[in-house]
Design a protein around this ligand. Structure first.
Ligand SMILES: [Zn+2]
Length: 391
């Protein structure tokens, strides 16, 4: 128990916490305002604690602490104890090629949605673009009953909010949501200049975040390319588990260049390589940062020009041999799903790792219907037709 003097000081501090700028303050009940103050206080303390951790030990330490806090409070509903990994090798002479399956039964529950959707009385706050958006931070307080918190940080002078997922892929799986409510797509209808600016921002910010996170992989899933929330710009990040090894797309790229990933030479321009022996058209870009960013922007702009309204992509960034590599995978936004996979084909699948979660998928694994060719066909089904190819 706290002593009386301490209690008085706490209560005084609590009452001084400002409430959000309500649209109709007279409609917000007293205990609703109490809850909003508690949330603001809890969020401010967490932010300060994680800021200190980030300044001493880096962004990764702050993100791991956020994840631990969200597990402890029960926002993260899966301890990942039921996850199993399977590796499927290509038959015959190509056996160095493989795909990975992560069987994660709890992720099947993500389809149900975790948050409440009806605002409590008077809780509407000024300046919220969309009261149903899961990535606008003013909504998070009431949607998740006060248990979901976030960590705010800056990158390239723009605000991002790191949020946990109730059903993660792996430990420290986070969504990095833009501070503003902007759409996920990079294609801005009939406005080439805005499209260019959007692509630049996406690539620059993705790289600037992954630069600070050498043990993580980060990806941007375009509209129709696995983005679960298309109305608010975000990236996915997760820490690659110990012993996981390379993703299949990395192995395909490395086997083709017959070498390790190759050192990045600051005097050389970025190297753009189409990854051979892969079911999707995919490019690996490696080189000095500014040059690599420009090379990916060029790939995205070319694809946007040829595909127009259908243009989308997965862009993946991760560290290989001491430098960031980027993988650019053009996608058609109208081809989101594949037969044989209940979920969408997103950034992780594009790397060659598939999350299977439903009872049907579990049966397919047990009956050995899932194999290298099965997984190959899932990716092939979302490969867009390119110029000169017969449909
Ligand atoms: Zn939003």
């Amino acid at each position: 128990m706290l002593d009386t003097a301490m209690n008085d000081r706490l209560l005084e501090a609590f009452r001084s916490v400002p409430t959000p700028a309500y649209v109709a303050v007279d409609r917000r009940p007293v205990m609703g305002q109490h809850n909003d103050r508690i949330y603001a206080l809890q969020q401010a303390i967490l932010q300060e604690t994680l800021d200190q951790l980030a300044s001493q030990q880096g962004l990764a330490a702050a993100l791991r602490a956020l994840y631990d806090q969200q597990v402890d409070i029960g926002f993260i509903q899966d301890d990942l104890s039921q996850v199993g990994y399977f590796r499927y090798r290509a038959p015959g002479a190509n056996s160095q090629h493989f795909f990975i399956v992560q069987f994660n039964p709890r992720r099947a529950e993500r389809f149900k949605g975790a948050g409440r959707t009806v605002l409590p009385r008077g809780a509407a706050v000024q300046g919220v673009a969309d009261a149903s958006c899961y990535l606008c931070t003013d909504n998070i307080r009431w949607q998740h009953r006060g248990v979901q918190s976030y960590y705010q940080f800056r990158v390239n002078d723009r605000i991002y909010n790191a949020l946990c997922n109730p059903f993660p892929f792996t430990r420290t799986h986070l969504t990095m949501a833009a501070g503003e409510h902007l759409p996920q797509t990079f294609h801005v209808t009939s406005d080439a200049k805005q499209t260019h600016a959007r692509i630049r921002r996406i690539v620059e910010d993705l790289v600037a975040i992954v630069e600070q996170l050498p043990t993580f992989v980060g990806f941007y899933n375009g509209a129709g390319a696995g983005a679960s929330i298309e109305k608010h710009l975000h990236f996915h990040f997760f820490e690659i588990p110990d012993g996981h090894g390379s993703f299949p797309i990395q192995t395909a790229a490395r086997l083709a260049s017959r070498s390790l990933f190759g050192q990045v030479d600051s005097d050389q321009p970025a190297q753009v390589m189409e990854v051979p022996h892969y079911p999707l058209t995919a490019y690996r870009v490696r080189g000095p940062k500014a040059d690599a960013v420009e090379a990916v922007i060029d790939l995205a702009l070319d694809w946007d020009q040829s595909a127009g309204e259908a243009a989308s992509a997965n862009i993946v960034a991760l560290w290989e041999e001491g430098a960031v590599s980027l993988y650019f995978v053009p996608r058609n936004r109208f081809y989101t799903r594949s037969p044989g996979l209940a979920g969408m084909v997103a950034g992780l699948e594009v790397l060659g790792e598939f999350i299977l979660s439903t009872p049907d998928e579990q049966r397919a694994i047990a009956e050995q219907r899932v194999n290298y060719d099965y997984l190959w066909r899932i990716l092939e089904a979302v490969r867009p037709a390119v110029d000169g190819e017969q449909d």
